[in-house]
Design a protein around this ligand. Structure first.
Ligand code: ADP
Length: 226
């Protein structure tokens, strides 16, 4: 599904964030990306979400070179991807329900689809009873579950998450990873950048390790090994 081929990324300030990185991720995989701060993890996430372009190399997603997308094609490309952030990025003045339904409205879903899908995903993340709450009334773990619901409500092909549990305690983090695992079991490709070493070791998924812009490890059922 994703082929990164000899990708190098040099930022305008001269920092080489990725050096000749080649990674293949198949449809339906669950992949952890780990590495020390500054290793290039977020840069990979931003390349896949087409926020930035590589300096060299190809990035093929679903058979298409996404570096060649025209500006007006980018929003359609992004519909394939649900994104989850460390800081949740919920709309503070909207309810839980509205935070999720808004993601469907912006892609032009019908109210019939919205009325069906939103309660379903809120059920899945265990927050149907909080549908009328606003984010400030929720715990961090609950807010992240809303952001997961929002990420999957349009049935994306993949979910990418950059440090999704960076602000959460270990127990709450495990809940979020269990949900990501459940989403993966339903067929969605998952790519997660994380520092949650004990959870990575428990989950026995593919682990890609980066250091100083290079891939230094890539193991099926890998461990967090830095
Ligand atoms: P990680 O996510 O592994 O901590 P990043 O991908 O964020 O690492 O960053 C890799 C390197 O690129 C770091 O040295 C960082 O300072 C640099 N970098 C990231 N984004 C930018 C940017 N927009 N401009 C300049 N340098 C950047």
């Amino acid at each position: 599904m994703i082929k990164m081929i000899n990708i190098t990324k040099v930022f305008p300030n001269g920092v080489m964030a990725l050096k000749d990185v080649s990674i293949r991720i198949r449809k339906g995989e669950f992949v952890f990306i780990v590495g020390p701060s500054g290793a290039g993890k977020s840069t990979i996430i931003k390349l896949i979400s087409r926020e930035i372009l590589p300096t060299k190399g190809y990035l093929i997603v679903g058979g298409k070179d996404i570096n060649l997308l025209k500006r007006k094609e980018i929003p359609y490309y992004r519909r394939k991807i649900g994104v989850v952030f460390q800081d949740f990025r919920l709309l503070p003045n909207k309810t839980v329900y509205e935070n999720v339904s808004f993601a469907m409205e912006v892609v032009g879903a019908s109210s019939k689809q919205i009325n069906k899908q939103v309660p379903e995903v809120l059920d899945m993340v265990g927050l149907r009873h909080k549908a009328a709450s606003v984010p400030s009334e929720l715990s961090g773990g609950e807010q992240q579950r809303v952001s997961l619901a929002r990420a999957i409500v349009n049935n994306p092909e993949m979910v990418i998450a950059d440090e999704p549990t960076g602000n959460l305690d270990p127990e709450t983090s495990m809940d979020i990873f269990s949900l990501l695992n459940e989403i993966n079991r339903r067929g969605t490709t998952i790519i997660v950048v994380t520092h949650a070493d004990s959870i990575v070791n428990q989950m026995k998924k593919r682990v890609i390790s980066l250091d100083k812009g290079r891939v230094v490890g890539d193991q099926e059922k890998g461990v967090y090994n830095l």
